[in-house]
Write a new protein. Sequence first.
Length: 434
Amino acid sequence: MSFDTLGLSAELLRAIGEQGYSEPTPIQRKAIPLILEGQDVMAGAQTGTGKTAGFALPLLQRLSTNPPKNGRRPIRALILTPTRELAAQVSDSMKIYGRHLPLRSTVVFGGVKINPQIERLRRGVDILVATPGRLLDHVSQRTVNLSQIEILVLDEADRMLDMGFIHDIRKLLALLPENNVRQNLLFSATFSDEIKQLAGRLLNRPKLIEVARRNATAERIEQVVHPVDKCRKQELLSHMIGSRNWRQVLVFTRTKHGANRLAQQLENDGLRASAIHGNKSQGARTRALAGFKSGEVRVLVATDIAARGLDINQLPHVVNYELPNVPEDYVHRIGRTGRAGNEGAATSLVCVDEHKLLRDIERLLKREISKVVLEGYEPDPSIRAEPIQTGRNGKGRSQPRKQTEARSRGRSPAKRPVAARRESSGGYTAHRHR
Ligand code: AMP
C-alpha cells in the first residue's frame, strides 16, 4: 500500500517521498484517514511505529486546507510532549513534512532562554510544539494565546502523567476552546486508568486505534537476558561492545550518577561514551545526542527520562545495564531499537538483585525472555540478593518522575509503585551459551 491512497496532498506526498518513505506504517494507515476526516483519535502506539508522521501529516493538511479567515496567524495546532527531546524531534518532523506548505511551526521547552522563543511566537506561528512547564511560563507572561487552537495533540500522554504533568495539562486545557470545537488526538504507549480518565475528559467520541498489542514489545526486537553478577556488569558490557563490534549502543542505567560513572568507565576502557540525563544542560544533551547520531560517540548511556523521545534511526543495540523499576519502562527502552520496521536487539544484564524486576517485566510482556549465561561471566551462586539501590531518598524511584520541566506548581508527586523490594535469589533456569 502506498501513501497515495490515504488522501494526502501533493505537497505532503512530495515531502514524504523526499524522506524516502515508500509505504505508510500501520499506525499511519489507520490514523491518517481518521484525522483527515476531523475525528478525535485515541491511539495506542509505541514510539518507533511512525506515530509522529501519523498525526503530523493529516494535521498539516487540515491546517493548510482551512486557512485562517482574517489573514492573521493565530496558533491553530498545539502538540504537547513530555520531554524537550521529543518536543524538538516533533518540531523537526513538522518542519520536514510541512516544508512545501506555507505553514509556520515552532517549539518551546525549558532549559533554554525564553526570549528567542518569545520572539518567534511574536512573529506568528500556526503550529506550536511544547512541553507543558515552559508553555505555562509563556501563558503567564502572556506571550502565547491558545484561544484559537483547532487541533490538540497529547503525545506520549502516559509519560506526561508519569512525570507529574497532569496539573499543568489541566491548566492548559482550560485555556483552549471547548473540546467540541477542536480536534483532539491522544497518543500513548500504555493505557492506565489515569490515561482513560484523561481521555474521557478530553476526547469527543474518539476513534480507537491500536497497532501493537498493549504493552507488547515489537516483534522484530530480539530480546535476551545475560545473568551476571553486579560487580562484573561493566566488564561484560565493555567485552560485548568490543568483541561483537557494536558501533552504536544505547545503554540504560537507573540513576544519573550511575550513567555518569558508567560512561567514564567505558571511556577508560577505550570506548567513546557520553551520558545523557536530566542534570545535564540542554546544550550538553544536544551535543551528546548529535555525537551519538553521527557515530563519533559509540555508547550513549541514558536514564529513562533522558532517553524518552530520542529518535535515533535504526538503532541496532539497546542494553539494559540495570532493569527499570517500572516494567513499562522496559517496553519504552527497548522501543529505541528495531524502529519503523528495522531489526533490533535488546540485551539486559541482570544480577541476582533484579530477578523480581525481571519477573514483573515478563508478566507484563506475557512471555519469558530467553536467558543466556555467557562463559566466563557465570553468576556466583553464593551471592545473595540485596535491596536495589534506589537513590538518595530511598524511595521507589531513583530518578523522580519529574524532569527539570516540572516545578512546584502545586503538582502532586507522580504515583508510581514503590519498587525497592527485597529479592530472593534464584527464580529461573539459565542455559549456557558460548
Ligand atoms: P516515530 O514513531 O514517530 O518516532 O517514528 C520513528 C521513525 O520512523 C522516525 O525516524 C521516522 O522518520 C521513521 N518513519 C516514520 N514513518 C515512516 C515510514 N512510513 N517509512 C519509513 N520510516 C518511517
